[in-house]
Ligand binder design. Structure first.
Ligand SMILES: [Ca+2]
Ligand SMILES: [Ca+2]
Length: 358
């Protein structure tokens, strides 16, 4: 420290060489008079402005470390900077909580959106339609199914009496309600064919067009997803698949009457007569009549039309009418329509257009 001080003093008192080396012609070879104090002041001024970094400026700057405080501009700048800093801190104090709270609702609002959209996407109308068309049967309904309750086919007794048919058009009054025809007019649509005649041949009894009953909306087609048979049934009736293998399917009217389609597997080598003797308990083979339906499918039916059979290599497909509470038969013509429109499998046969009467 002492050395540094001594050196500092020495440097301060010793004029720089460039100042001492003044050409002699400027002062007549006389010793010059140099005013060091003035030089030091100049050096000090440059040091305050921070533009000089030599040893002289550092000394001068050290002499007045806080000299800039005497500069009014610097004070104003400093006060201004402090003021801005304080204002900035106050502003941040009030704004920062608001900034923290603002994102909260912004995040909370989008969250429910996917929750609202998901159920909308996950409600396909097809499932509802399937539930309406193919109902799950109750235990009581399964117990009343002759095929399922005893594991063997059961058949209704031969019933010859139909329920009331006021206009005698081979459609009972109840059937006319189901298909929307006039129970007091034998030819509801006036096309020359009586109502029951059109129903039996799979045409629309309630109107000239659409010509076919399957196109009219009065009847629907059921396709068994496992056994692949196809059958027409009244659109107002309910469909119920009884078992998981879909061997038994019930087509039910509100009266309690229903037609059951039952699949009874058999070996290809076994004849229908052998199968009939084994499975059709209480039924007489002599009561059966061969017939060919509207899709050119050959089958056998009972004389009262309440039972029909279609034979394939692997199974016998049985249609059985089961009466409801009365002994009369309100839907025999529906049963005939189902037998006429039945196909054991997919077929390319098409029901022909109805011939226009002259
Ligand atoms: Ca009638
Ligand atoms: Ca008609």
């Amino acid at each position: 420290m002492l050395f540094w001080k001594k050196d500092k003093t020495h440097k301060a008192e010793t004029p720089p060489e460039n100042i001492l080396k003044i050409p002699e012609e400027f002062y007549g070879a006389k010793d010059p008079v140099v005013h060091y104090a003035k030089q030091a002041a100049i050096v000090q001024k440059t040091a305050v402005n921070g533009k000089s970094t030599d040893r002289f400026s550092s000394v001068a700057a050290g002499a007045s470390k806080f000299g800039f405080l005497h500069n009014k501009k610097m004070i104003y700048i400093l006060v201004g900077a402090v003021f801005l800093l304080v204002v900035g801190l106050i502003s941040w104090y009030y704004i920062s909580p608001a900034l923290k709270q603002t994102p909260a609702p912004a995040v909370a609002v989008p969250e429910p959106k996917p929750k609202l959209e998901e159920p909308v996407v996950e409600t396909p109308p097809e499932e509802i339609v399937l539930e309406e068309e193919v109902a799950t049967l109750t235990e009581e309904e399964i117990k009343t199914s002759p095929s399922l309750s005893g594991q063997t086919l059961q058949f209704p007794m031969i019933l010859l009496a139909n329920s009331a048919d006021i206009d005698s058009d081979s459609m009972t009054d109840l059937e006319e309600e189901v298909f929307g025809t006039d129970s007091g007019t034998w030819d509801t649509d006036g096309d020359g064919y009586y109502d029951g005649q059109e129903l039996f041949n799979l045409y629309n009894p309630a109107g000239v067009a659409p010509m076919k009953i399957i196109d009219s909306g009065l009847a629907k087609e059921y396709v068994n997803p496992i056994w692949q048979y196809r059958v027409y049934y009244p659109a107002q009736w309910q469909v119920g698949e009884v078992d998981d293998e879909k061997k038994a399917v019930l087509f039910s009217a509100i009266t309690g009457d229903y037609v059951e389609v039952f699949v009874s597997p058999k070996d290809a080598a076994e004849t229908f007569e052998d199968w009939f003797a084994r499975e059709a308990t209480g039924q007489s083979y002599a009561d059966l009549q061969p017939f060919t339906n509207r899709f050119q499918e050959a089958g056998w039916k009972r004389s009262d039309d309440l039972t029909a059979y279609f034979i394939t290599d692997s199974a016998v497909l049985v249609l059985v009418y089961n009466p409801g509470v009365t002994d009369s038969v309100p839907f025999r013509h529906v049963m005939q329509m189902m037998s006429q429109g039945f196909r054991p499998s997919k077929t390319s046969v098409i029901v022909p257009e109805q011939t226009i009467l002259p």
